[in-house]
Design a protein around this ligand. Structure first.
Ligand SMILES: Nc1nc(=O)c2c([nH]1)NC[C@@H]1CN(c3ccc(C(=O)N[C@@H](CCC(=O)O)C(=O)O)cc3)C=[N+]21
Length: 288
């Protein structure tokens, strides 16, 4: 048996087209285009690549993209001042401060300074709390993208046994909240979990977000399970490197019902959901 490939790239393209259509309708109705401000501190090459692809995706969907590049030596005070300026700039709808930040800037302090109504990453404690409480708010892009992939693949997920592997504030915890809100039965596993193979054996849905290359093995999976691989790990291959997920992909394809590839799975959905969140923020702000 060979599993279905979940084409995140194609599903992200349809989501981006939906956002673009909604943006066109908004501008036709006399609103300005939603505007996303991305802040990049330092010159980490991987971060620069992500920021560029966000800028391209914004342009294609008709959103305005602003980019603020600050030197790696930027003080936390200066970064907070930029966040304050973006918070009070009425033409900015969404603010994303690219992580990780250099050590002199505390991510927690910077995130907490962002206006929760403009927090398109959904990382502000107010939005995290709203999600945990089952209240509406801005939801982190990667788990939101995973949920969209699941509902596309399975229809509903009410009553399903879901296993989230990883307890980070940016993926694992919000993912578990989203699944609970959709009435799945949710288990959260992590590095100290005692028997991961036993937990995966009962899971209809596995979300792997551990950051360890190919750690989740095919034989651990329940036959027919839906596997969402959040991992993006750069590993040596030949002379260069390649990207692999947290799931041993070829093994999973032998057992699972449907699997996301890396690349081309969750990554493109993260960017599409960032556009969706920026539209959501613009719509909600215009209504207040
Ligand atoms: N405040 C903040 N918010 C973020 O959402 C955020 C961040 N900081 N810091 C960095 C991570 C990483 N991230 C990715 C988004 C898309 C892909 C993506 O589209 N990847 C493609 C290609 C990957 C490649 O070829 O390198 C794929 O998986 O198919 C990957 C990674 C968002 N991040």
């Amino acid at each position: 048996m060979t599993a279905t490939l979940i084409d995140g790239k194609a599903i992200a393209a349809t989501l981006r087209a939906d956002v673009a259509a909604a943006v066109t309708a908004r501008t036709a109705a006399g609103h300005r285009a939603p505007c996303l401000a991305v802040v990049l501190v330092g010159d980490d090459p991987a971060s620069a690549v992500y920021v560029r692809s966000k800028a391209r995706a914004c342009a294609e969907a008709g959103l305005r993209g602003l980019e603020h590049r600050l030197p790696a030596t930027t003080t936390e005070t200066d970064l907070l001042a930029l966040v304050d300026a973006l918070n009070t700039n009425d033409s900015v709808d969404g603010i994303l401060v690219q992580l990780p930040l250099p050590p002199q800037c505390r991510a927690d302090a910077v995130i907490a300074r962002i206006d929760p109504a403009k927090d398109v990453d959904g990382f502000h404690p107010l939005n995290a709390g709203r999600l945990a409480a089952g209240l509406p708010g801005l939801v982190p892009c990667t788990p939101l993208g995973c949920l969209r992939l699941l509902t596309r693949t399975l229809g509903g997920i009410a009553g399903a046994e879901a296993l989230v592997i990883g307890r980070s504030t940016i993926v694992g915890r919000p993912m578990a909240s989203l699944l609970i809100n959709e009435s799945a039965t949710v288990t959260i596993a992590h590095s100290r979990s005692r028997d991961l193979p036993a937990l995966t054996a009962r899971a209809d849905i596995v979300i792997a977000a551990v950051g360890r290359p190919e750690m989740i093995r095919g034989p651990w999976l329940k036959p027919g399970a839906t596997v969402i691989d959040v991992g993006i790990n750069r590993v040596a291959s030949g002379d260069g490197h390649k990207l692999v997920g947290d799931v041993a992909f070829a093994e999973a394809m032998e057992v699972a019902g449907a699997v996301t590839p890396v690349p081309g799975g969750v990554g493109p959905m993260t960017i599409a959901c960032l556009l969706e969140n920026t539209l959501t923020a613009a719509t909600a702000r215009a209504a207040t």
